[in-house]
Design a protein around this ligand. Structure first.
Ligand SMILES: [Zn+2]
Ligand SMILES: [Zn+2]
Length: 339
């Protein structure tokens, strides 16, 4: 089969590799319908972390090709969407609401989804069956649910977005834009998108942003305070993962407010005194997307949300290298790969 392999920073190729097989009886093998390139795939692409001839991709929708002997809920032909983290759904951590940190997963991860076929561990817990065979528009939305929508949703939930709340979203990538959507769908009164790109501001408004703040850093924080009687936002979603954006989010949250951080942070350091004095609630990390999938699938199939609009470039799998270049050069926000 064909699969995307990253050999070293910037060196991405679509190659022939062996087809995946069932390794454990709880595995399924799926035939991908679509996959996509994640902002986090740019970390190895740019050499921030070192890639090692690795299979790429963790966002996916597809059809069950083969189910292991212990898989109870899925049969070949089922259309499925799953989280970017495998989870059993039964252990104490999964049941407490954090399948993204499943205690039974061990070293079994989700990877190699930028390919024609892929192995999914803990298939019963990880995958959610979608009723019927979705049309092309629904496939785009469901693909977004696999990571960027689920992650934006978690960011908004962690920040306790909801009725009566003013929510600020730091970051205008796909996750930030879908955190705007999530904050509005959760009933927030006001949603402030922090963005300095006209096309992304337009999409943020489409998803329900009521205000746009273009400033960053201390100026961005001052702009948020100007909009909130000097207090800061009730809820702030951090969807970038840099030092500047993280501190911007901490400082933009009012005392007693909530911050959800979903940007994959590298080398972020928070001075202890600033954290102490901020006096805010914080929850973040890898999003427990699996929790939200049944609800998000219903909303997408009902047509009540359109998260697939974040994909502004669609390429065939064989052109994945161009997709990486386009995202690296910021010519595209989010690239969908059709298989
Ligand atoms: Zn991702
Ligand atoms: Zn578990």
């Amino acid at each position: 089969m064909r699969a995307v392999i990253m050999h070293s920073p910037g060196d991405v190729h679509v190659e022939d590799v062996p087809d995946p097989t069932i390794v454990k009886p709880t595995d399924a093998v799926i035939r991908l319908a679509a996959s996509c390139i994640c902002g986090s795939d740019l970390w190895p692409y740019r050499g921030v972390v070192q890639p090692n001839h690795q299979a790429m991709g963790h966002e996916y929708v597809g059809v069950v090709e083969e189910a292991g002997a212990d898989v109870r809920t899925l049969t070949p032909g089922d259309f499925v969407v799953g989280s970017f983290m495998a989870s059993c759904g039964e252990c104490e951590i999964c049941r407490s609401g954090f399948p993204s940190r499943c205690a039974r997963r061990g070293r079994d991860g989700i990877n190699g989804m930028q390919a024609q076929y892929a192995r999914v561990p803990l298939a019963d817990g990880t995958l959610v069956k979608v009723p019927g065979q979705p049309n092309a528009a629904a496939v785009r939305g469901l693909l977004a649910a696999s990571d960027v929508l689920g992650t934006g949703w978690f960011g908004a939930v962690a920040a306790q977005a909801g009725p009566g709340k003013t929510v600020a979203v730091v970051g205008d990538g796909a996750v930030g834009l879908l955190a705007v959507l999530a904050a509005r769908d959760l009933g927030s009164e006001r949603v402030i998108a922090m963005s300095r790109h006209a096309d992304r501001q337009e999409l943020a408004r489409y998803y329900g942003a009521t205000d746009i703040v273009e400033e960053r850093g201390d100026e961005g924080v001052a702009a948020i305070k100007d909009l909130t009687d000097g207090h800061g936002a009730h809820s702030v979603v951090e969807a970038v993962g840099t030092q500047e954006s993280f501190l911007q989010a901490v400082h933009a949250t009012r005392p007693g407010g909530h911050m959800g951080f979903v940007g994959l942070g590298h080398e972020v350091r928070i001075p202890g005194l600033e954290l102490f004095n901020a006096q805010i609630h914080m929850l973040g990390g890898p999003a427990p997307v699996r929790n939200y999938l049944p609800d998000l699938i219903d909303r997408i199939l009902a047509g009540s949300m359109d998260p697939g609009r974040v994909f502004d470039l669609t390429l065939p799998l064989n052109d994945a290298a161009e997709g990486y270049r386009a995202m690296d050069e910021r010519r595209a926000t989010k690239v969908m790969l059709t298989v």
